[in-house]
Design a protein around this ligand. Structure first.
Ligand SMILES: Cc1ncc(COP(=O)(O)O)c(C=O)c1O
Length: 355
């Protein structure tokens, strides 16, 4: 069997949820488990995170899967319905769509459903992705309140620069407060970054994603420093060792040239597994528990690591590509991306084991 495996630590998921709950105080926690729970497996993550007050997913299919497994939590569809023909199923399964366009209110008004639908109504407070402008949101709210088959309405928005300083949060918060002044509906604004750093964004429902998986939303700061535990550790083994002479090139394009005689390990993991091809020489990797670096260009199924100072490394030596002892954030940074992309891009061919 190929030695590459992603180990999912359900205890770490549970621990991270408790960190989120502690930070949330009286706010309730919607665990964001879209994108296959950021690569960790939707149902696996739901089980480990079942103490959350609710779940947030992207698609009706994900929500139906959760209901089929018996989860009775509130489930929010973060992009609402993509077509009005999804509304009857949304009502039947007691799902809560995000309403972010006026025509979705029209569609709800026309819908014939047997149960009340609770909705999240989204204001565009400055990200300019999803959401209504202030006046349109108030019109939508007034209209939704007249519809007999609409139940609770929660007001929401999303921050564009949540992982930066408070000066970038405040303008959106001001716009939200101004737009919703005098309204009594519950509110949901916070993602991981503002849940951790900005208590003024908490309100009634918070929506942490990345922190549940143990990664930090902040550049240059590890999840560990925030008291989080990595939920995914990507492990493999050395499958070959090559002595490389001073001046010789390594791998495709000979992108790395040995500055001295070196021992180079070949690891069973490549970009077809989701390891970033853009990871440069020097990306951290752990072999036999020792921190070392990748060398040269990542191949489809393999990558090179420097074993020169790990004399006892051998074929079969354990390798940690990211996770415990090798934060996914630092690997992502070396590839010019973020942990979210690495975790969600884990390839289906990677075997998953759960502790
Ligand atoms: C609307 C919304 N809320 C919450 C989240 C969770 O964000 P994070 O993973 O940064 O905590 C996301 C993530 O993309 C989102 O799109």
């Amino acid at each position: 069997m190929r030695p590459l495996v992603a180990r999912i630590d359900s205890v770490a998921l549970g621990h991270n949820l408790m960190v989120a709950k502690r930070l949330a105080g009286r706010a309730r926690v919607l665990a964001v488990i879209k994108a296959n729970a950021y690569g960790h497996g939707l149902l696996r993550a739901a089980r480990a995170l079942r103490a959350a007050d609710g779940f947030a997913v992207l698609t009706l299919d994900e929500a139906i899967l959760l209901r089929a497994q018996g989860y009775s939590h509130p489930i929010v569809l973060l992009e609402g319905f993509f077509h009005p023909n999804e509304i009857p199923e949304i009502a039947r399964r007691r799902l809560q769509p995000v309403i972010h366009r006026s025509d979705q209110v029209d569609a709800l008004a026309r819908a014939k459903v047997e149960r009340k639908i609770d909705v999240f109504l989204k204001l565009d407070s400055g990200m300019h992705r999803l959401g209504l402008q202030a006046k349109a949101m108030l019109d939508a709210l007034a209209r939704l309140k007249t519809l007999p088959h609409i139940g609770n309405i929660t007001l929401m928005s999303h921050f564009a620069r949540a992982d930066e300083g408070g000066e970038y949060i405040q303008p959106q918060l001001d716009i939200f407060r101004r737009a919703t002044a005098g309204l009594s509906q519950p509110i949901s604004l916070a993602n991981s970054a503002t849940l951790i750093r900005h208590p003024e964004t908490l309100f009634d429902w918070v929506r942490p994603g990345i922190m549940l998986y143990g990664a930090s939303p902040f550049a240059g700061e590890s999840g560990e420093a925030l008291g989080l535990l990595p939920a995914m550790t990507l492990e493999s083994e050395i499958i070959a060792i090559q002595p490389v002479g001073k001046g010789e090139g390594i791998g495709y394009g000979h992108l790395f040239t040995a500055p001295r005689d070196m021992q180079v390990g070949v690891v069973a993991c490549g970009y077809a597994d989701g390891y970033p091809r853009h990871a440069t020489t020097g990306t951290p990797v752990r072999v036999e528990g020792r921190l070392t670096r990748t060398l040269g260009r990542v191949s489809m199924d393999m990558l090179h690591v420097d074993l020169t100072d790990i004399g006892h490394a051998h074929v079969g030596s354990p390798v940690t590509l990211w996770g415990t002892g090798c934060p996914v954030e630092t690997v992502a940074a070396a590839a010019g991306t973020i942990s979210y992309e690495l975790l969600t891009a884990l390839a289906p061919r990677v075997r998953i084991e759960e502790n």
